[in-house]
Design a protein around this ligand. Structure first.
Ligand SMILES: [Zn+2]
Length: 254
């Protein structure tokens, strides 16, 4: 009996790795809540791979192999200390349920089609976390400069404080999450990808890509946990207002 319950516990703790841990709602960020609510140190207890942004919208967050990096508005990348806080993030512990070679992916649409084909095979109503590591012929990323209070809405910030970078023939890794359609009120549905170069000097939110040769690591996720901010700004938002147009704008810059 003791052995049985022990193995159950082990199964249980294994299962807890397959949970998406989300800080705040993307819709909170869109409304202008850039206040950090969870520390980098705490975030690391819930995952080793993921995306997000920091207190004050200070750059794009990339979590890779358990380290948290900032791709800042000026294009530079740095390791972020455990006491800095996160205003929005989606992370998990990446376990490979499938790995696959990706060769000659000429553009973002082709990549999306391939990834969405895999989603259709595995089921569109769960979460997926992926990393794509290899050589990129071209990658287009954006970042954003840190904001001062009072915070503007995200679409306004992106109009004036967004920066774009294009890199050619670069080694690196994209990390990204797929959110199922029923997440439309809490996040962006579909894929959201961030990039960091192999030498950890360049990165950002991915807007375009041309992959020469890479390996895709794919993780099926069957759980979702969200941590809501405690601040008054977030508490006062009206989340019944549809923000799908703004989400499209901030994710794809179109
Ligand atoms: Zn992003």
């Amino acid at each position: 009996m003791i052995n049985t319950s022990k193995s159950k516990d082990l199964n249980c703790s294994d299962g807890s790795r397959d949970v998406i841990y989300q800080v705040s709602l993307l819709q909170g960020l869109i409304n202008g809540d850039y206040y950090g609510s969870v520390s980098v140190g705490e975030l690391k207890q819930h995952g080793d791979t993921g995306i997000g942004t920091f207190n004050g919208l200070n750059g794009e967050l990339i979590m890779l192999d358990g380290e948290v990096y900032r791709a800042a508005g000026d294009g530079s990348v740095e390791v972020v200390s455990d006491d800095e806080t996160i205003s929005f993030s989606v992370v998990t512990f990446l376990d490979a349920d499938e790995t696959k070679k990706l060769n000659e992916i000429p553009d973002f649409d082709t990549l999306h089609n391939k990834l969405n084909h895999m989603v259709q095979q595995r089921g569109m109503n769960r979460f997926y976390m992926i990393r794509i590591e290899g050589t990129f012929r071209e990658i287009n990323v954006r970042s954003v400069y840190a904001q001062e209070e009072p915070y503007k809405r995200l679409t306004e910030v992106l109009e004036c404080d967004q920066t774009f970078f294009m890199y050619e023939n670069i080694e690196g890794t994209m990390v990204g999450v797929y959110c199922p359609p029923y997440m439309a009120a809490l996040n962006a549905v579909g894929w959201h990808l961030h990039f960091i170069s192999g030498d950890k000097t360049k990165g950002g939110h991915v807007l375009g890509v041309n992959i020469a040769d890479a390996v895709l690591t794919w993780d099926d996720i069957d759980g979702f946990e969200v941590r809501l901010p405690q601040n008054k700004l977030f508490a006062g938002f009206d989340f019944t207002v549809d923000q799908s147009e703004d989400i499209k704008k901030i994710e794809t810059n179109q």
